[in-house]
Design a protein around this ligand. Structure first.
Ligand SMILES: Nc1ncnc2c1ncn2[C@@H]1O[C@H](COP(=O)(O)OP(=O)(O)OP(=O)(O)O)[C@@H](O)[C@H]1O
Ligand SMILES: [Mg+2]
Length: 252
């Protein structure tokens, strides 16, 4: 049965999608992987499929969640990498949830994935920059969460609230959820404030930080343009993530 892993932090632009996409791609070279785009921006969909998100209209994670069954909505990228896509209409998910759905609002995604869990080794979920219903559903469907941290005051402020939300999900709904780790990413090592934040997070959460730190790198930043297939600079782009994969597999 698949290990389900969420990439999250409510601060925008903290490498959630880049991390979810790259980990999905790398894990899928040796395992069966389902990537789940739970953000109406559809960035993970675009990153992994290199297609327009509107190509998937009517066949996305939103329709799968309404049916509470992922079968029939999974798109194949290659043999071992599959995806549940997202587009703008996923923004209507909370409205549907509150008007159509009574109890257990946080377990809709969990139920949706239930029937396909045996088909995969890993399911990776990308979440939007908010602590709303999508993120709560992702946490309640997951075995582990990778918390993204980019070195900024705003992300530092977000971290404590995010971990509180994880604790809340653990206590109220999903006791099996654990923090796989805090991944410090998009780090500019020339900046002294970045260095200070890296150290501060390590002092605050010594048990939780991944040893691997992902630096800001042009080839990684170009992944949305070049994708993972037929990308001549793929090796440079994903190279630092191999160590994250090793740490992650040991921690989940
Ligand atoms: N290591 C990196 N080096 C350079 N650029 C990066 C790196 N990681 C991510 N980026 C770029 O930074 C931007 C933000 O990354 P990404 O979209 O992954 O963040 P996010 O947390 O998913 O954002 P959102 O909160 O909007 O969903 C993107 O343009 C991405 O290509
Ligand atoms: Mg994103």
């Amino acid at each position: 049965m698949a290990v389900v892993i969420t990439c999250g932090i409510q601060k925008g632009g903290s490498a959630k999608t880049t991390t979810a996409g790259t980990l999905s791609y790398l894990l899928s070279r040796e395992h069966r992987v389902l990537a789940v785009d739970l953000d109406s921006q559809g960035n993970l969909t675009e990153l992994l499929t290199q297609q327009d998100i509107y190509d998937f209209h009517g066949q996305t994670i939103l329709e799968a969640m309404k049916e509470q069954d992922a079968r029939g909505y999974i798109h194949r990228i290659d043999d071992t990498l599959h995806i549940l896509t997202a587009e703008d209409l996923l923004a209507t998910f909370p409205r549907w949830l509150y008007s159509e759905y009574g109890d257990n609002r946080s377990l809709v995604l969990d139920k949706t994935l239930e029937k396909v869990k045996d088909d995969y080794d890993y399911i990776l979920i990308d979440t939007p920059p908010a602590l709303g219903d999508q993120t709560i559903n992702a946490l309640c469907a997951s075995d582990a969460v990778v918390v993204l941290f980019e070195a900024s005051r705003f992300c530092y402020s977000a971290l404590e609230r995010f971990l509180e939300t994880v604790g809340h999900a653990q206590r109220k709904v999903n006791p099996k959820l654990k923090v796989a780790g805090i991944l410090r990413s998009m780090i500019d090592s020339r900046r002294t404030d970045s260095k200070a934040f890296i150290e501060l997070v390590e002092e605050d959460y010594p048990e939780l930080v991944f040893e691997t730190i992902i630096s800001r790198k042009a080839a990684t930043g170009r992944l949305p343009i070049n994708g993972f297939f037929n990308n001549s600079e793929l090796r440079q782009a994903v190279e630092p993530f191999h160590d994250v994969v090793k740490e992650l597999i040991n921690r989940v």
